[in-house]
Design a protein around this ligand. Structure first.
Ligand code: FDP
Length: 281
């Protein structure tokens, strides 16, 4: 497993360099989730593919930018599911973006997620690694090396509210929930990049990030294997909760297709309990 984490560190430097130096335009194609692909998405995907070609414990790769499974090493033990550059459409306005990795042993599904990691490319490069054992570990690049900073813990109640999705298409109970938090004094924090938005809540001690079912995307927008489950592990290990709109743990989900999405909520205990009340679930 350590080899996989070291590979992710190497990848982070390469993708950061690409973000800082390469063309930010579109390639004129769509990815498997039907989104327009940026040259940077494709480049980041290739960087990751190349890096894992040398890691024999990795059996398969499943990427947000590829259709289906990319086989690597038949005798490998792990499937790495990743979103090479989440929030990439924010790169041209110079906001933070990120890479997300879920490491699965056996069939890729919540119960088989053994570790996850994400990288934030912002003013600094940061990395968070979570396993099933202990608190998530937070690193920052200092003097060109990933340096351990601290272990992440969520307070039982936070102050930040990051509500995703097109507000016009929110369902009435969801709108009531979001309004209810603001009425309690919660502050809006939403950049439109899942990685920096969830990272901010973690580092500031708590709050909630939601991407609900909406009238236009009834299953939500965020992908289970590369986005939702990796962050669910981080939030649960930090002492928070991560559920869907049926009060099911996100780590219990079993996707039937690599690109399946789900409504998802990540937060401190208090905010998730408020959600459960508002949704009556
Ligand atoms: P993006 O489409 O820019 O890649 O992964 C999808 C994502 O970004 C997340 O990073 C982000 O949280 C979400 O979409 C934002 O979606 P909305 O604009 O619909 O809120």
């Amino acid at each position: 497993m350590q080899t996989i984490f070291e590979t992710i560190k190497k990848i982070a430097f390469e993708i950061d360099k690409a973000i800082k130096t390469e063309d930010l335009g579109y390639i004129g194609d769509t990815n498997s989730s039907g989104e327009n692909q940026l040259k940077l998405d494709v480049k980041s995907d290739l960087i990751i593919e190349e890096a894992f070609k040398n890691v024999s414990i990795v059996k398969d790769l499943i990427s947000e930018e590829k259709e289906g499974v990319f086989a690597l090493h038949e005798d490998g033990k792990y499937t790495v599911c990743y979103d090479p550059l989440d929030g990439s459409s924010l790169a041209d306005v110079n906001l933070s973006v990120g890479s997300i990795f879920g490491i699965y042993e056996g069939n890729p599904q919540g119960s088989n997620l053994v570790a996850s990691a994400y990288v934030v490319y912002g003013p600094r490069i940061e990395l968070v690694i979570a396993t099933r054992d202990g608190k998530p570990k937070h690193y920052r690049v200092i003097n060109e090396e990933f340096t351990f900073i601290d272990e992440l813990s969520l307070n039982p109640k936070g102050k930040l509210n990051a509500p995703g999705g097109t507000q016009q298409n929110w369902l009435p109970h969801h709108k009531a929930f979001v309004d209810g938090l603001f009425a309690q004094g919660y502050r809006l924090r939403y950049s439109g990049g899942m990685v920096p938005d969830l990272h901010q809540i973690l580092l500031k001690g708590g709050g909630i990030f939601s991407y609900p079912a909406t009238s236009d995307v009834p299953n939500g927008k965020l992908r289970q294997l590369f986005e939702v489950m990796p962050f669910a592990l981080v939030y649960e290990q930090a002492g928070g909760k991560a559920i869907n709109d049926k009060n099911q743990r996100l780590l219990e989900l079993v996707p039937s297709h690599p690109h399946d999405t789900t409504p998802c909520f990540f937060g401190s205990e208090y905010e998730i309990n408020e959600l459960i009340k508002a949704y009556e679930i």
